[in-house]
Design a binder for this molecule. Structure first.
Ligand code: MOS
Length: 728
């Protein structure tokens, strides 16, 4: 289906009472809690694997002078040591997936320099520790703030790095009230629960990787380039993935090195898991940013100029940049506009997508600056946002598919009790706690990706659906089961989803908040085709046919599905993004409300309660949707208050690189948090009329917390995270 036209009434609209929209439990829950969900490293599908352990560079810039592997090779159980000296020939870097061990040059600390393979994990780890690498060390650049002047306009950008409309500088200079604020955000790490892991094996000129990956089809493509193979000779299998947050969008060192070592070992399977520390130092990260937001408004709070510039950094030769200012192009009305992104080259780990790349950190700055502007105008921050609500996308000049930012702000204000907030900073006390309330908008773009699906209906009335989609913990197995069951009038238990294998029809994978919409729409189309086949075998009127309770019912009669299936039926479906991506501005929206307490003596900041009100088109499963939203909000709380990779400015190494020292919120940090969805159907997005939710919850969440800290204390902290030393 080409998504060019608005979608009319669909089976999901008419078959009310079916599984879609119901808060059913995760269909893979029992497998997960009983340990029967097999993650990559646990797979026993490949026999007699060697165990690999990665050796990573300890310097950030320079060259390997010598790598002494002799004693490691003599250690018990060691079967292979892979270095740049014996690595098989590799092809081109693609989609940020590079060949590894290609030479002696070191571009960042943590860059893999060797892989040891042994008969056991312990033997591999011990031998890895015995490898002696010496370096010729060069002076590197590690600090973004020192590199702003040399930062360049990014090349090979998927979206234009810059935009402008009207005359920003003139509009800003003429504005009655202005804010000119510099915000910074630190390096962050995905820190998902399951570290990257792969088991790889060759058979002739074909390689199979059982791996923890979010987007197996893109991984297949990229690895085909690295291994110089036709795409079909590379197979990725990712049945269960223990979180990703963008860190598993690309195959990492575990996958590439396991496959290269297996090749050198004539196809013997090699399994590699990165250590927790290597997840931080040897995969990818979210770049730190420096952001300048300039807002100009008239006395009534109408924005006349809006400017957002962002600087981020990555490894020399890489091109990924943090699109912090993209969301500013569509969020608020203003006649004079400017956005710009600049990229600095630093000897740090490659930067890549991390949950809501762009919005997650861009809204920390924009929504903070909006709070500053409200204060300067002596205007309620919700009212300021309402006064700048655009009638159409202010830069693309196209209609919004749906946009309920204002209803989210209003309903959130009502549920949260915003009217009881004291707008005067530092004026509310609860014992030792200075109490404050903050608000921020949420917005995340809604993309659609090409995807296919194949379904088979067996004579016993069970449906099996296959596609190379993944469930990274988000609930994909569940919502896809619901869609298929609803489309064919089956019970969810009669549906079997087979996901994660590139041998099955290609899918979007999980990323960019496009997974559910893309894979779900492909499945919807496959089920539509199957409905057509079933109806064609009856004399029922296909108009208004309803599939429910194992029966097809139409105006002129009814038939049991089982009597129609025969020996089984198969169908395929496909979705492609169409003109609606350009004809409409597509975002999911929301509003965050936070209450914090700040200890008057110590500056300790505690979240007291938080509420998010969101719209994301049709909510396929309120339970998994709420989990996604709350997970995103928790991520935002961490961003606001604790998450930061500390880069040693002398050596370019990461000082903290595990979950003991890279702080993310734990249960004790999180009091009452709730997420609410307002009803919405978006008939411009996809046949499900849904929009992406996975990343919406983080967007703006941290800003609401920071704005609450300001309201509590009167102290505006623009350097995230807001640790207590910055309060005192
Ligand atoms: Mo997401 S950062 O595209 O997994």
């Amino acid at each position: 289906m080409d998504m060019s036209q608005p979608i009319g009434v669909t089976p999901l609209d008419t078959q009310t009472g079916g599984p879609v929209g119901r808060p059913i439990d995760r269909v893979d829950g029992p497998l997960k809690v009983t340990g029967r969900a097999t993650y990559a490293y646990e797979s026993r599908e490949m026999k007699n694997p060697g165990y690999g352990f990665v050796v990573a560079a300890t310097v950030a810039k320079g060259r390997i002078r010598d790598i002494d592997t002799a004693s490691a090779e003599r250690m018990p159980g060691v079967v292979h040591v892979l270095t740049h000296r014996n690595v098989p020939p590799q092809g081109e870097k693609k989609e940020q997936v590079g060949p590894l061990l290609t030479g002696t040059e070191i571009r960042h600390a943590g860059q893999p320099v060797a892989l040891v393979v042994a008969e056991s994990f312990e033997e591999a780890r011990a031998a890895a520790a015995a490898i002696r690498v010496t370096y010729d060390q060069d002076k590197g650049a590690y600090v973004l703030a020192d590199a702003l002047a040399e930062a360049k306009k990014p090349e090979k950008a998927r979206t234009p790095p810059d935009s402008s409309l009207g005359d920003f500088e003139a509009g800003f200079a003429a504005a009655a009230v202005t804010i000119d604020a510099r915000y910074t955000t630190p390096v962050q790490s995905h820190a998902m629960m399951e570290p990257h892991a792969t088991i790889a094996a060759w058979e002739g000129d074909r390689v199979t990787l059982i791996t923890a990956n979010q987007m197996p089809n893109r991984g297949q493509d990229a690895l085909a380039s690295v291994f110089k193979l036709p795409k079909d000779n590379v197979r990725l299998i990712s049945r269960f993935v223990g979180g990703g947050f963008g860190g598993k969008l690309q195959p990492q060192a575990d996958a590439i090195l396991a496959a290269l070592a297996s090749k050198n070992l004539n196809g013997r399977p090699v399994k590699v898991a990165l250590t927790r520390q290597q997840v931080f130092t040897s995969t990818t990260r979210r770049s730190d940013t420096v952001q300048r937001v300039r807002l100009g408004a008239d006395r009534d709070g109408k924005l006349t100029a809006i400017g957002h510039e962002s600087w981020s950094d990555t490894t020399p030769g890489d091109s990924f940049f943090e699109t912090s200012a993209n969301v500013t192009r569509s969020l608020y009305a203003a006649p004079n506009r400017l956005t710009a992104h600049r990229l600095a080259s630093l000897n740090l780990l490659p930067a890549s997508s991390m949950r809501a790349p762009g919005e997650a950190v861009g809204m920390l700055a924009l929504e903070g600056a909006m709070d500053e502007l409200a204060e300067a105008l002596n205007l309620d921050p919700i009212e300021l946002r309402i006064r700048n609500e655009p009638a159409e996308d202010p830069e693309k000049k196209v209609p919004f598919s749906t946009r309920q930012l204002v209803p989210c702000l209003r309903e959130g204000a009502r549920l949260f009790g915003w009217d009881k907030r004291n707008p005067k900073p530092g004026s509310v006390r609860d014992g030792q706690w200075m109490v404050g309330h903050g608000v921020a908008s949420a917005a995340r773009l809604n993309p659609l990706q090409p995807a296919k699906a194949r379904v088979r209906l067996d004579p016993d009335g069970t449906l099996t659906a296959r596609m190379a989609m993944t469930d990274i913990g988000t609930g994909t197995y569940t919502i896809l089961s619901q869609i298929a069951a609803e489309m064919l009038g089956l019970e969810v238990a009669q549906v079997r989803m087979v996901l994660g294998d590139t041998a099955d029809p290609m899918s979007s994978g999980s990323g960019g908040s496009f997974g559910a919409a893309s894979s779900g729409s492909a499945l919807y189309m496959a089920c539509e085709a199957l409905r057509g086949q079933l109806l064609a075998k009856t004399d029922l009127n296909p108009q208004n046919a309803v599939f429910t309770g194992g029966r097809i019912t139409s105006g002129n009669g009814s038939a049991a599905l089982r009597d129609v299936i025969g020996s089984g039926l198969e169908a395929e479906g496909e979705i492609k993004p169409g003109e609606n991506e350009k004809k409409f501005s597509q975002y999911s929206y929301g509003a965050h409300f936070a209450e914090v307490g700040v200890d008057a003596d110590t500056g300790e900041i505690r979240l007291r309660r938080m509420l998010g009100v969101f719209t994301g088109g049709r909510i396929l499963n309120p339970k998994t949707a709420r989990s996604q939203a709350i997970g995103g909000m928790v991520f935002g709380v961490g961003t606001a208050l604790m998450e930061a990779v500390e880069v040693d400015p002398r050596f370019g190494t990461f000082v903290n690189h595990d979950l003991a020292e890279y702080h993310v919120p734990v249960h004790a940090d999180l009091p009452e948090i709730d997420a609410v969805f307002l009803p919405e159907l978006d008939d411009k997005t996809n046949p499900l009329k849904s929009k992406g939710l996975g990343e919406l919850g983080i967007c703006g969440a941290g800003a609401a917390v920071a704005n609450a800290v300001y309201n509590a204390t009167g102290i505006r902290i623009r350097d995230y995270p807001l640790t207590l030393d910055k309060i005192l």
